[in-house]
Design a protein around this ligand. Structure first.
Ligand code: NAP
Ligand code: MG
Length: 482
């Protein structure tokens, strides 16, 4: 297991020798001590990244050559599936079946996708008179800082690294303190695949230390951040107080699942709603954490979601291949989620089911699937991201009120709509304020579809060719032909 920082092609301890514990929420035990990167380590990593960028063996290589390296990295990840999945499940409490079947393959697919795509991205020739040739080309930014959360460490890391590297940038990645291990393992595979020294650096550590140092660094050209709204704002501040670097933000959400009275298949909706909030114990940025349901079908829908959740999402040992609902990321986070439910209950909300701690493995951070109904739509349980297995039920009297309730949020990451009327679907899909709107499904996506938020959920997009815009800048070359 790799626990040191990866800088300039080598694993190295923190400059001052400090470490921190990464803990498994499966049972609360320490997995390993990991290098606690600080400002000096970030300096070294940024310097290595800059040297590599100036050297040009990656930045100016034939895009097809960079692409082959990324495709090779994807193949190495598949070869190391068991090892990577084991690390991810142990460090985060994800069910091992999901880590093997979803996290590692999706992350690998992301590297392959950008590797396959990058030599098919063309520049432009601007319209000019015959006395000039004006070329518009996309060039890499230089040194990209990537800062990621703990909820899908490998997938979100891949969403940043793959387009950034494909475009020719050098990267310094700061993984979350709760889940540094899979990124550290990935660095070794990237080097084996042929990513040159200094092009990819991984500095684990605390947000206030390594994360802040990266955000404030004068020689970092861009920060690609995924995480919470307040920390996203901090990165904008760091940029403003240093070199004005570009910042893209993928932040949280409180995504509505709108179920209208004419929904064709309430059981399909109930199951999609269950998966949409209880998968990964609700620790998903676009989790469908609010149901906005028409009164006519409210009781039947809630009853079906309750039944499906009780049958499917039973807290269990993440290392058991049959487990669907594993641990939350930490005991502290679990207590935070339980506290939010208890505060809402104290303020008049009704816990319909769940809200309890579970202990399938002693010392672990587990919670039962929870449905809650709050009479006050300003209750924080309705307006704030909980990031746990907690589904809020809101009832609407008609379609207009459903739309109004769905949009009554500062966030705008995703929304879903269940209706059998194509006109209603089209009309509401246009008016729902979210970066992704699903109709009669939830969480369908591919590498070809952009993902990101409106409003407080951020700006910039992961996935698809559009993500390359976040890691490139346009250069105009005007050639006189006279
Ligand atoms: P977070 O607290 O914002 O942390 C995200 C990253 O920022 C971590 O690496 C963290 O380091 C670092 N960080 C924390 N405080 C910092 C500071 N003062 N200065 C610099 N860096 C700092 O978020 P989280 O709790 O890990 O993740 C959950 C959040 O991510 C949720 O809001 C979720 O919705 C969001 N998310 C969004 C998307 C999306 O694509 N829109 C995807 C997944 C998750 P430490 O680990 O040391 O704290
Ligand atoms: Mg951990």
């Amino acid at each position: 297991m790799r626990t040191d920082a990866f800088i300039d092609g080598r694993y190295v301890p923190a400059a001052d020798g400090r470490t921190f514990a990464t803990v498994s929420p499966r049972d609360g035990t320490e997995i390993a001590q990991v290098a606690r990167g600080g400002a000096e380590d970030i300096d070294r990593a940024v310097a290595a990244a800059r040297r590599a960028f100036e050297r040009g063996d990656w930045a100016y290589a034939d895009p097809a050559a960079r692409g082959r390296v990324l495709v090779r990295l994807a193949a190495l990840m598949a070869e190391h599936l068991d090892e990577l999945a084991g690390i991810e499940a142990t460090d985060t409490g994800h069910p091992i079946g999901d880590a093997r079947g979803v996290d590692v393959p999706n992350a690998a697919r992301c590297f392959a996708w950008y590797g396959e795509a990058i030599d098919k991205v063309y520049g432009e020739i601007a319209p000019t008179g015959a006395d000039a040739l004006a070329l518009i080309a996309r060039e890499p930014l230089g040194v990209v800082g990537a800062v990621v959360p703990w909820n899908y460490p490998l997938i979100i890391t891949a969403w940043k690294l793959a387009p950034a590297l494909a475009a020719g940038n050098s990267v310094v990645l700061k993984p979350a303190e709760q889940s540094p291990l899979s990124a550290l393992a990935l660095a070794e595979l990237a080097a084996q695949a042929g990513v040159p020294d200094g092009v990819l650096n991984v500095v684990p550590g605390y947000g206030e230390e390594a994360g802040q140092a990266l955000g404030r660094h004068y020689d970092v050209d861009k920060i690609a951040f995924t995480g919470s709204v307040p920390v996203g704002r901090l990165f904008q501040r760091y940029a403003g107080e240093s070199n004005g670097k570009a910042v893209s933000l993928e932040l949280g959400g409180k995504s509505p699942q709108v179920v209208l009275a004419d929904a064709a298949d309430l059981q399909a909706a109930a199951e999609a709603i269950g998966w949409g909030i209880f998968y990964n114990a609700g620790q998903t940025c676009h989790a469908g954490s609010r149901v906005v349901v028409a009164r006519a079908v409210r009781d039947e829908l809630v009853e079906r979601v309750e039944r499906f959740a009780a049958e499917t999402f039973v807290p269990a040992d993440p290392m058991d291949p049959d487990t669907v609902l594993g641990a939350l990321i930490s005991t502290e986070h679990l207590e935070g989620v339980m506290g939010r439910v208890q505060r809402a209950a104290g303020a008049g909300a009704r816990v319909l089911v769940g809200g309890e701690r579970a202990e399938p493995v002693p010392g672990g951070a587990y919670m039962t699937p929870t449905l809650i109904e709050a009479p006050d739509r300003r209750d924080p349980i309705v307006t704030e991201e909980v990031f746990g297995p907690v589904l809020v039920i809101q009832t609407a009297e008609d379609t207009n009120q459903a739309l109004e309730l769905a949009n009554d949020t500062r966030y705008g990451l995703a929304a879903a709509l269940w209706t059998s009327d194509v006109r209603t679907a089209g009309r509401l899909a246009r008016r729902l304020r979210a970066g992704t709107v699903w109709v009669n499904t939830f969480d369908a996506s591919s590498m070809a579809t952009p993902f990101g938020g409106f409003r407080d959920s951020g700006h910039g997009r992961d996935r698809s060719l559009h993500a390359l815009e976040a890691y490139t800048q346009l250069k105009t070359t005007w050639i006189s032909l006279t």
